[in-house]
Design a protein around this ligand. Structure first.
Ligand SMILES: Nc1ncnc2c1ncn2[C@@H]1O[C@H](COP(=O)(O)OP(=O)(O)OP(=O)(O)O)[C@@H](O)[C@H]1O
Ligand SMILES: [Mg+2]
Length: 435
């Protein structure tokens, strides 16, 4: 797993240091401050490839480019290997190689690494299948350096060049899941269990029959039972279900193939799994945002019954995700990070953990930094009313009937039960009495 990642003169911040916790790491921050980029850096540190180097069809995961080409750019990291040692490593950008050269020698094995990209694509690095050998002083990469799937390839399969031959290295969700359902084997059970946990424990998703979309199309399509239909083809399912199904498939596929490869190659199974998850709340209804992180932690534990350590590094924009982890957060194993702008510079800070109680409190905490959870107009009206009550004047209008205008605006933009009303009404009554 990844213990530390340091970036200098790459990405939005001049320097970033990420000291990761062994289990759950949540990264928050405004758009464009480098959350996805940090995950790509973490993937590179763990696998020594940028996702897009593995598959040019990906829409993200480009190799890091120095911000100022005239100055040294560095990536440093410390990985805890499966045999429990911490190994540090440093790479300086080489303009002549247009890349990040590595120290010769086989790097430490970080365990199985799965990277869920924001667009529904995935990258997988399997210590059994993607590890490289060392002969004398030479690194010999005679296997694939990793698997990177675009969103489509998760569903329809991945073809890679293996020893000069075009090889279908993964059949994809549609074919694999259909075969697993027919075989009624361990993978079908795992898939149903993972999907059930990731969706909703009270009303788990049920798998329906295998369908074909038309007489001419021989593609088998698994289906799901919903409240209104016995068989919704998975390709017609909502964005949220497809995101969750893609994740369930990638977890089952990577772990199942890893076990198979470890057996075939006579190497030990991974004792660590790192899951890098960009925008963990993407497409999810608040009900699912509230359960996704605890469900992922549970799924990872149940999928791997012989208990490898699981490290989750996830980015989120959702206050509900943070509220949902409050009962699970353990300061010794988990950490919260926040990317912020101050004095024109992007900074990455570890955020001291403090329970906020609910999503609204998270929204107005430093982590999200909103002043209110209301509409912009309601926030403006309340701030104007507060200024008016303090005698600072009405910031909305400067007409003669300021108080009435403010009242009308508050009526327009606030709910009847808004907690601001009592303050406004009591103040108005006192004002009237004092007149
Ligand atoms: N390959 C790269 N090399 C150097 N810098 C990069 C690279 N990719 C992204 N960046 C930097 O990161 C910034 C974008 O950051 P990123 O996409 O990680 O933001 P984010 O926090 O994930 O935003 P959002 O919440 O919108 O997803 C770019 O403006 C650029 O400065
Ligand atoms: Mg992003």
């Amino acid at each position: 797993m990844l213990e530390r990642l340091e970036m200098k003169n790459v990405g939005p911040a001049p320097e970033m240091v990420l000291e990761l916790a062994p289990r759950m790491n949540l990264i928050t921050g405004d758009n464009g401050l480098g959350k996805s980029f940090l995950l790509d850096g973490a993937w590179w540190a763990l696998t020594r490839k940028w996702p897009r180097e593995l598959n040019p069809r990906l829409t993200s995961g480009y190799a890091a480019r120095p911000t100022d080409m005239t100055k040294p750019a560095k990536l440093r990291f410390t990985v805890k290997t499966t045999n429990g040692h911490s190994e540090s490593y440093e790479s300086e950008y080489s303009a002549s190689d247009q890349g990040w050269p590595g120290r010769p020698g086989r790097p430490g094995n970080p365990g199985l690494v799965i990277h869920a990209h924001a667009d529904g694509g995935f990258s997988v690095w399997d210590p059994a299948r993607n590890y490289w050998k060392k002969k004398g002083d030479m690194d010999i990469q005679d296997r694939l350096p990793g698997y990177a799937f675009s969103f489509d390839e998760v569903w329809t399969g991945l073809v890679c060049e293996v020893q000069g031959k075009s090889t279908r290295v993964c059949k994809g969700l549609l074919d694999d899941w259909s075969s697993w359902i027919r075989e009624r084997g361990e993978n079908a059970e795992r898939m149903a269990k993972v999907l059930g946990t990731l969706t909703n424990a009270e009303r788990p998703l049920e798998v329906g029959p295998i369908l074909r979309l038309s007489v001419d199309d021989t593609q088998d399509i698994p289906s799901l039972r919903t409240d209104y239909s016995d068989a919704v083809p998975i390709v017609h399912a909502s964005s949220a279900i497809r995101r969750i199904a893609g994740l369930a498939y990638m977890l089952v596929w990577s772990w199942g193939e890893h076990l198979r490869a470890a057996e075939q190659l006579q190497v030990a199974r991974a004792r660590q799994i790192v899951l890098l998850f960009d925008e963990i709340d993407a497409h999810l209804h608040p009900r699912w945002q509230r359960s996704v992180v605890p469900a992922i932690l549970e799924v990872m534990d149940s999928l791997t019954d012989d208990g490898p350590d699981v490290q989750l590094v996830a980015t989120t924009h959702s206050p509900l995700v943070l509220a949902s982890v409050e009962p699970h957060f353990e300061s010794a194993r988990d950490r919260l990070f926040h990317l912020d702008m101050s004095d024109g510079r992007v900074r990455l800070d570890e955020e001291p953990w403090a329970i906020q109680g609910d999503a609204l409190n998270w929204l107005v905490s430093d982590v999200f930094g909103l002043r209110q959870g209301r509409s912009v107009e309601a926030e403006r009206a309340i701030e104007a009313a507060e200024a008016f009550m303090r005698g600072d004047g009405n910031l909305l209008t400067d007409g003669p009937n300021e108080r009435d205008e403010l009242h009308r605006e508050l009526e327009r933009v606030l709910a009847g039960h808004d907690p601001f009303w009592p303050r406004w009404v009591v103040w108005a009554e006192r004002e009237d009495r004092g007149r």
